[in-house]
Ligand binder design. Sequence first.
Ligand SMILES: Cc1cc2nc3c(=O)[nH]c(=O)nc-3n(C[C@H](O)[C@H](O)[C@H](O)COP(=O)(O)O)c2cc1C
Length: 211
Amino acid sequence: MDLSEFRKEYSDRGLHREDLDANPMVQFERWFQQAVELGLHEPNAMSLATVDATGRPLLRTVLLKYFDTNGFVFFTNYQSRKARHIAENPQVSLLFPWVILERQVIVQGRAEKISAAESLKYFTSRPRESQLGAWVSDQSSVISSRKLLLQKLAEIKQKFAHGEVPLPSFWGGFRVVPETIEFWQGGPARLHDRFFYEWKDAGWEIERLSP
Ligand SMILES: Cc1cc2nc3c(=O)[nH]c(=O)nc-3n(C[C@H](O)[C@H](O)[C@H](O)COP(=O)(O)O)c2cc1C
C-alpha cells in the first residue's frame, strides 16, 4: 500500500521562544491543559521507551497519572518486562503524540521507583476492580488462556472479599525524572518549531532545533 499521497499541511499556529516558560514542566502543564480542553481521547496516554540489557529498544503505551516539577509518574507491575528493562537501564524516553494538535512532546530521563507509601496513595484511589486486576496479572509472562486469568480473578475476589484490597508488593509507580524535554509544533512548509530544554548545572537551558 502506497501512502505517499497521505500529506497534511500544518497550520501556522507556531511556537515562539518568548512564549515558552523557563521551566519545561510548566510549559508541559500548559500544553497538557490545552490537550484536555480540546477533548483529546486519553491525553495522558504516552509511549514509554525502554532499552534491554543488549541495547534493544522497546515501546509501549502507559498512562501518565500525575506530574510536577519532579517528573512524570506512571504505574505498572514491578515484574513486567518494562520494569526488568528499567532495572537493567534506568534511561527511558516518553512521547506524547498529540498529533491532532500538531504537537509532540519528547522526554528523556531516568526512571526511579517511587516509595511504597506514594504507590499506596494512588492504589487506594483506584476502583476496586482495578485494584484486584493488579493482583491477578503477572504482567508480561506467558499464559495459556484467558480462562486462567478469570479463574485467578475469582480466587483473588474471594481472598479479599472483606475489607480493603492491599497494595501488591510487585506493583507500583515509576517517576521519570526529566533530563531533556522537547516541544514540537508543526508549521507550514515543514518548517516546524522545536524547542529543546536540557537540565545543565542546576538549571534548564533552552535551544531551538532545526526541524
Ligand atoms: C491506552 C493504553 C494505556 C495503558 N496504560 C498502561 C499503564 O498505565 N500501565 C501499564 O503497566 N500498562 C499500560 N498499558 C499496557 C502496556 O502498553 C503494556 O502492554 C503492558 O504494560 C506490558 O508492557 P511490558 O510487557 O513491556 O512491560 C496501556 C496500554 C494502552 C493501549
